[in-house]
Every structure is written in structure tokens, then in C-alpha cells.
Design a protein around this ligand. Structure first.
Ligand code: GP9
Ligand code: MN
Length: 613
């Protein structure tokens, strides 16, 4: 065989070796890093092969050209491996896959920090650095660019496309609604493979970003009608906090189950437990955030729209028009502010707050922050509240002030001197430390209430405390389950998405309100209590005080909860017995759930609120 022929053969071998290695690596990651709910051996086998077509085509970027370039093939191999690794890191905490907006918001969420270090594993370097060995092989074999047989390249390209189309067809047979439910990323990845998912995601995001330019007000009337039909009569609580200052407190990563926890007889949240006794307390309140975490919670509370399925609205759509809570309050003469002990650019707050109509944002640069009084993302909660009081005193009344706490943030770091509770001893340090930071946060709220009273600001205020999102993701379900003494299945996991909601109005008696609701309902709830009517409105939520409201909480992945049912992971459950129930019981809500999420997305992608009269 002449040298040229051997080189050609080696190049083909190299291409197929890359396909085989990447397919194997991807499958191992699916099996050992991601948790897919698989139905039977068929889906398991499918998982082994569903990435091959896309890998062959993407590596083909280096092959299907006039001069095939092994170096380019290897570069694509490296990029795909790095993408896989990004997904692994993201999945380890969020149990979700990276989307294009998540990659773009990396700059807004602080890059590599302590949180990322917590997620690393010893074998991680192998996932990406096998490319070095392959590079060595490439050099050793003396592979360089070559003009391969056109016929063979054509055949390979056609076979790759055929494999890809066959896998897509099979996936659609197994899951006919695959593309309609594209926000169900687990389903998408397990059906079409990680790389096809990313290509689709890039296409989808490019399409939606040009979408707003073509939107017009005709889309709006249907949505306005839908929202109008949902509206409920004001409840008897309307206006009970008329003219008061509004204090909103975002309890970072605080889940409702913590309100019931004690370690060695010491409560994890002694102050909140006492406070909820003389407050309106909502034991069935859920967070509805997605990839935008704290910013999603803020967005929902300010706009009563749903967050986007991928990325954060704060980062993706800061130029849009919104009908916000601060705007409604500004119109009533309120001074609207937000307080946070982190950088003002985080989650693109400084830009988005302007859009939402905030008068003033007190961020890290407005506080005295030193190594001693800060940890993890920024200023510790106790000095944060203490240093905020002088600013509050200066504000013209009535005002609204949102306080975003920070210390109880993954990976839950706290110094010895701030630890006020014994730690549980589960196998996961993150779970154990969570108890300490939640306890610290509780102490900071206590300090704040004391200082508000001392400053004479307490009586004239209404306090709304809400958990922004979960703190312990599904990753920690096993350790948490062992601690709580119960297995955490899908139903228990949904139950863990409850976050505290405590509305404290000095002088009002405490009451437990059992309504099933979520963060999207907070804006109308708050406006009702303050007796503020919006001149223009489009709220997807309804007041949690209304007895006529539908008990339905919709999550961004299409799961939902009603008074008696839970729909999650494509399965319908009876809430009370936590057992599976007839799917038809849930099916009657499918249309509403889909409409609600689609309408909210249309409003955001089309920037439709600019057309509202
Ligand atoms: C940081 C804070 C925490 O400013 O909002 O962000 P999170 O990671 O919880 O979204
Ligand atoms: Mn948060």
C-alpha cells in the first residue's frame, strides 16, 4: 500500500475513533452523571445510540470538506467534550441542562466561585483531557490535511444524516409531543441526545430573539381575554395595609420544610416560627423559578408573568416593557427601592431595575463590606440589615424596600462564630451546612425586626417574606431523605419546592391561609392588601386571599399542582396518598397549563406589553 493510501486510511480511522470515543463518553455521562427516567430496555438501548448521528455530523465539520482536516475534527471533539462537561457541572447542582442563555449569563452570575469548586470530582479531567492523548496520537501518526475520496465522504455524510433522522423519527414515535414540550429538557436530551438538543436550543433562541421585531398587538387581545377570564373579585382583605410601607424580604434558598426542623431540640428558624403565628401564613406556597433562580423569583413578583424556560428574563429581556409592581407603586406616590449586599451587575439587576421602575438600588457599593463582614457572594445578612436601616430612615414615605438576603446561598458557608445551631450529620456536608446558614438567616430577620421597631418604622410597614427557590436540589434528596426519615420520591420532591410565605401586618391577627399558590400570585396579592389598583394590567397570578381563585400552581417544566393532584415527571399523583392515579384526572388541566406558559412566553418574546392601552 502506498504511503498516500495509508494516510487516507488512517484519517478515516481517526474520524471513526473520535465518533466511537465521544459516543461512548456521552453514554457514560448519561448513565453516571444524568438521571433519566427510562421506561424499559428499549429506552436504555436508545440512549446508547441517540447521539451517534449528531456526533458523526458535527465531527464531519473537519471531514466533509475539500481537504479533510484531522486537527479540526479534534478541535470539534474537544469543544463537544467541553460542552458535555459544562452540562455535567450544571446538572450536578441544578439537575437541568445548559441552555444558550445560561452560557451568556455566565458573566452576570459571577463565573467560577466557591459554588463551582464544590461540584468538582476527581475524575473530571478525563472528560475533557482525553483530547490531549488524541492530539499525541494524531502527531504520532503524522496525520494532516488530505483530500479524501469524494464518493466516500458523500456516503458517510448521507449515512450520518440517515442515522440522525432515524433516531429523531424513533424519538417522535416514543414521544409524539416532543417538540411541543421543548421546555422539558430532560425528555429532549434523553430522546434526541445532548448535541442535537444544543443545536435545537441555539436555533430556538436565535428565532425567539428576532421574534419581537415581528410581533404586533393582534396577539395581545387573545392573551388579554385569557387573563381577564382568570381575574377574581377582590377579597375582604382588600386595602387592609393601605398606605403602609412595603417591606419585601427574599429569603435566599429557603425551603418551607426548614420551618419545622430542629436539631438537638433547637429550632432552625425560631424567629420565623414565632413571626408566622401572628402573620398570614401560607403553608401551600411554591416557588416557580427556573434557570434564573433569584432573578426569576424577583421577576415573577414584580411582573406576575412566568419566567422563561431557559435563562433569566433579567439577562435576556431587560429592554422589554413590563407592567411592574414598582411602577404601580410609583403611580401611588411610593418611593421604590431594592437592597442587596452583592454587586449591582449580578443578574443584570442594575439594568433591569431601571426597566422595572425602581427609584433606587442599594447594592454592595452602598454598604461597608470587608473581609470580616462578608462571606461567599457578599455582605453577611446581619450587617446587611443593620447597615440598611439608616438608608430606610432617609427614604420618603410611603416606600417599598426589597431586601435580598444572601448568606444562605449554596454552598452554605459560614464561620464558626456565626453558627448558632448544631449541625445534622448526613453524608452530605452541603445538607448539614444548610441548617447553619438558614439558622443564621433567621437571626438576621430577627435583628431586622428589632431594629425596625427601634427606628420607629415597624408600625407603618407591611412585611412580606418569601423563599426565592429551593436550596437543596434533587442532588441532595437522598441525604435529606435519610435525615427526614422518608424516601424522597417525585411527590415528596415536589413537596420540597414549597417555600415560606409570611405576610406580617402589625396589628393584624395571625391566620393560616391554605390556598395552593405560587410566586406568580404575589404581585396581585400585595397590590390587593395595599389597595392599589393598576391603571394597566396583565397579571397571570391572582390574589392568594381570594376564595374564588383556582388552586393551581404551574411550574416552568410543565409540572403542576392542584388542591388534590400533583403532575410531575409525566405522571399523575394523588397528593394525599402520594400514589399514582389515573392520568385522566390530570389530563383536564393539560390545556390550561400549556396555554398559560405559552401566553406568558409570547408576552415576553414578543415584548407585547408595549402595545397595551
Ligand atoms: C446573588 C443572589 C443569588 O446576587 O441573587 O443568586 P442565585 O444564585 O440564588 O440566583
Ligand atoms: Mn437565590
Amino acid at each position: 500500500m502506498d504511503v498516500e493510501r495509508r494516510k487516507e486510511k488512517d484519517l478515516w480511522r481517526f474520524y471513526f475513533l473520535l465518533i466511537a470515543l465521544l459516543s461512548l463518553k456521552t453514554y457514560l455521562v448519561y448513565r453516571f452523571e444524568f438521571t433519566f427516567s427510562l421506561n424499559g430496555i428499549g429506552e436504555e438501548l436508545f440512549l446508547m445510540i441517540n447521539s451517534i448521528g449528531s456526533i458523526a455530523l458535527l465531527l464531519g465539520i473537519g471531514l466533509f470538506r475539500k481537504q479533510s482536516k484531522p486537527g479540526l475534527m479534534l478541535a470539534v471533539y474537544f469543544v463537544l467534550s467541553a460542552l458535555l462537561y459544562c452540562n455535567i457541572l450544571y446538572y450536578r447542582f441544578y439537575i437541568d441542562f445548559v441552555t444558550v442563555p445560561v452560557l451568556f449569563q455566565f458573566g452576570n452570575v459571577g463565573g467560577l466561585g466557591q459554588s463551582t469548586v464544590e461540584l468538582l470530582n476527581l475524575y473530571d479531567p478525563f472528560i475533557v483531557f482525553d483530547s490531549i492523548v488524541l492530539f499525541w496520537l494524531l502527531k504520532r501518526k503524522g496525520l494532516h490535511k488530505l483530500a479524501l475520496s469524494k464518493k466516500l465522504k458523500k456516503r458517510t455524510a448521507i449515512s450520518s444524516v440517515a442515522v440522525l433522522l432515524c433516531t429523531a423519527a424513533l424519538a417522535l414515535i416514543m414521544h409524539p409531543l416532543l417538540f411541543e414540550k421543548s421546555y422539558d429538557r430532560e425528555l429532549f436530551v434523553k430522546s434526541l441526545g445532548a448535541y442535537t438538543y444544543h443545536v435545537y436550543d441555539i436555533g430556538f433562541n436565535s428565532f425567539t430573539s428576532i421574534n419581537s421585531a415581528f410581533a404586533d398587538d393582534t396577539e395581545l387581545s387573545e392573551i388579554e381575554k385569557y387573563v381577564k377570564d382568570k381575574e377574581v373579585e377582590p377579597s375582604s382583605y382588600e386595602g387592609i395595609a393601605n398606605g403602609k410601607n412595603l417591606i419585601l424580604i427574599s429569603l435566599e434558598s429557603t425551603q418551607a420544610f426548614m420551618l419545622n426542623e430542629s436539631v438537638d431540640g433547637e429550632e432552625a428558624t425560631p424567629f420565623l416560627n414565632k413571626l408566622k403565628e401572628d402573620s398570614f401564613f401560607f403553608p401551600n406556597f411554591y416557588h416557580q423559578t427556573a434557570q434564573g433562580k433569584t432573578s426569576d423569583a424577583e421577576f415573577m413578583i414584580d411582573s406576575s408573568l412566568y419566567p422563561l424556560s431557559g435563562g433569566s428574563v433579567f439577562v435576556r429581556k431587560p429592554q422589554n416593557e413590563f407592567l411592574s409592581l414598582p411602577e404601580a407603586l410609583n403611580n401611588e406616590g411610593y418611593t421604590t427601592t431594592s437592597f442587596h449586599g452583592n454587586d449591582r451587575e449580578f443578574w443584570n439587576r442594575s439594568e433591569m431595575y431601571e426597566t422595572l421602575g425602581y427609584d433606587r438600588f442599594y447594592s454592595k457599593k452602598d454598604f461597608n463590606v470587608s473581609d470580616e463582614n462578608s462571606i461567599n457572594y457578599g455582605l453577611k445578612d446581619i450587617p446587611f440589615f443593620k447597615q440598611s436601616i439608616p438608608y430606610l430612615k432617609e427614604l420618603e414615605q410611603p416606600y417599598s424596600a426589597k431586601f435580598l438576603t444572601l448568606t444562605n446561598h449554596f454552598p452554605y458557608l459560614l464561620e464558626e462564630e456565626d453558627t448558632m445551631i448544631s449541625l445534622p450529620e448526613t453524608e452530605e456536608e452541603v445538607v448539614n451546612r444548610y441548617f447553619a446558614t438558614v439558622r443564621y438567616e433567621d437571626e438576621s430577620i430577627k435583628t431586622f425586626f428589632e431594629e425596625m421597631k427601634a427606628a420607629g418604622l415597624y408600625e407603618d410597614s407591611i412585611f412580606v417574606l418569601y423563599g426565592d427557590h429551593y436550596g437543596l436540589s434533587e442532588t441532595y434528596d437522598k441525604a435529606l431523605g435519610e435525615y427526614l426519615g422518608k424516601e424522597i420520591g417525585p411527590v415528596e420532591h415536589v413537596d420540597l419546592q414549597k417555600v415560606p410565605l409570611i405576610i406580617h401586618i402589625p396589628g393584624e391577627d395571625g391566620e393560616v391561609i391554605n390556598t395552593v399558590g405560587g410566586q406568580v400570585d404575589l404581585k396581585p396579592t400585595i397590590l390587593e392588601l395595599l389597595g392599589v389598583e393598576e391603571s394597566k394590567s396583565l397579571n397571570f397570578g391572582t390574589s392568594l386571599f381570594s376564595e374564588k381563585r383556582k388552586d393551581l400552581v404551574i411550574f416552568r417544566d410543565g409540572s403542576f399542582i392542584t388542591k388534590n393532584l400533583i403532575y410531575t415527571k409525566n405522571t399523575c399523583y394523588n397528593k394525599e396518598s402520594t400514589s399514582k392515579t389515573n392520568r385522566n384526572k390530570c389530563a383536564r388541566y393539560f390545556g390550561d397549563v400549556q396555554d398559560e406558559l405559552d401566553y406568558s412566553d409570547q408576552v415576553i418574546y414578543g415584548d407585547l406589553l408595549r402595545f397595551i392601552q
